[in-house]
Design a protein around this ligand. Sequence first.
Ligand code: DX5
Ligand code: ZN
Length: 221
Amino acid sequence: MKNFIAPSILSADFSKLGKEVDDVVLAGADIIHFDVMDNHYVPNLTIGPLVCNSLVKYGVKKPIDVHLMTTPVDDLIIQFCDAGASMVSFHPEATQHIDRSIELIKSRNCKAGIALNPASPLSLLDHILDKIDFILIMSVNPGFGGQKFIKNSLEKIKKCKEMIDKSGCNVEIEVDGGIGINNIKSIKEAGANIFVAGSAIFNSDSYDEAIKKMKQEISSD
Ligand code: DX5
Ligand code: ZN
């Protein structure tokens, strides 16, 4: 599967967000990861559909990957799809009707993802694997950027990859939290192909260098 680097704008400078996104795209970003927190499902508050739509109107062409850390989710799914998101994931614990929320994303022609917290079991995927486009495995507890990668996530990614391969479904694995140049290779080897990185890119001296090094780490040659 093709690899994608998805900078999380949570660690960007919001006073110049358009430029920050332009800069990571120029540096090689494939996807823009957009963290939505509601001070309810997680103890932090970030950005909503208006900001997503501003980026689209500003001219951002890369897919915007909306990670909903909110409850409930359905109304925001509609708003973000209408605002120009390309991918939307939500946490299954945050909705009453998981299947309905997935269908809602797909009915708006967006890719649907299920986000699993570090302690959320893979069995939550049992009856929906054939309906989703990607699984977002959280390798930190959701709510903040700059946290340390939880090591046992690697085992979970491996098990998740086995589960997908066994099912024959075409589902990608995105990993989110604590990813940097030093661990991205092991995350790829465990089975992931979409790599979210916030602080490792936006807090670096050169976005170019950071993304280039990450890509080198995961290139197969
Ligand atoms: C955490 C967010 C992540 C986070 C990643 O709740 O979902 O996307 O911002 O940031 P880093 O790469 O700094 O862990
Ligand atoms: Zn995220």
